[in-house]
Unconditional design. Sequence first.
Length: 405
Amino acid sequence: MTIVATFLLLLPLTQTSPESAPRQGAAVTVAAEVRDAAALLRLAFDAGERMPLNPHARNKSKLQGVVVDACLKLGQPDQALAYAERIGDWRLGLAQASAAVFHAEHGNSKAAKECVSKAENFLKLAEKSETVQDWQRDRIRARIAQTLIQLDEPGEAARFEDGLAAAELAPVQSAKGRKLSPEELKARLEGVDTVVLNGNFEEIRSTLTACAKLFEQFYAQPDLRDSIQSKITSSWAKLPLQVRVEILMSMSEAALKVKDNAKALELVTLAQQQFQVAQWLTETEVAFIGELAKLRARAGDADRARRELEAGLKKYDEAEARIVNIYRASALRPVAEAWFVIGDRTRAGELYARALEAGMQNPNSRPRADDLCATACSMAVIGFQPDAAQFERMRAILAGLGDPW
């Protein structure tokens, strides 16, 4: 048995999840707990904890990683690391590296270096492991390199960057982009043409994804920003439509950060135009409608966002019986989030309720746990607070997870 395999097997399997132990003093009521997003994350983590290692070790760790990501989105790196300690595979190292990126981006170099050290130690343990694959190591190494570049330690970053697969280069390229001068940016954009001409799919996707980060970095300089946008849209012919839409959505997010609603709406409209070119599975289409409506509502066009959500729900209702049951909740969650962003908590609650019940339609607990975790994390990150009855329903779903998995 490899060192890292032995290490992973030694992780306690019966320990309670972080913050799940009863609190001292008076009992906490359900009504009090639902006011706290941390309660939703605990419930989400517990859904993964209930999943047996055999044969679901990979799915268990994946769900735990979802909660770690949610903690980082909510600005809770310490809680993310606490949950990460319960992860039994490569996602432990990924969580540590992701926390390092978070701290570097928020100017906490000491904490970032501490997390880099943890992630590097994990990689050392994993070097001879047959259970940790090369692409998984590369993903961890890329985030370490990203952190070190942001900390102005390019020499150290190069140790982790060397030999990375093209599919994992985007974070490193993005971090380097933050250091570019306007002159260096122009040279970088000229190099995109070479990548598009000679590169494979992963190289092109990583390069254009990094360009989307440059769009944010140089947003305050309209000429440079517009040249980046033009380069992206003229270079993506080899990319699938879904990747194009995702890039445009990330650029719209950049515009929203600086309250440039007009630009955000322009980019959402471009994303919708790309999206409408192809035929999609209904669950994919409805989910994208929800994501785009969120951006449109945040940019100030709530009326059109409502119309698009209503049209998307109509499509979902007409096709629901034909959608495989494990994909139904994933279509409804972005729609619930969009209604919440618009400001209609009642509709958001109704859609979250539908998502919870859709997640119960499969007789096996593994997909039920997947959907419960995803829905709880969605609520926490978006800021939705379920009422006592809805939270109690979520607890009941959690309690019901068991054989058959």
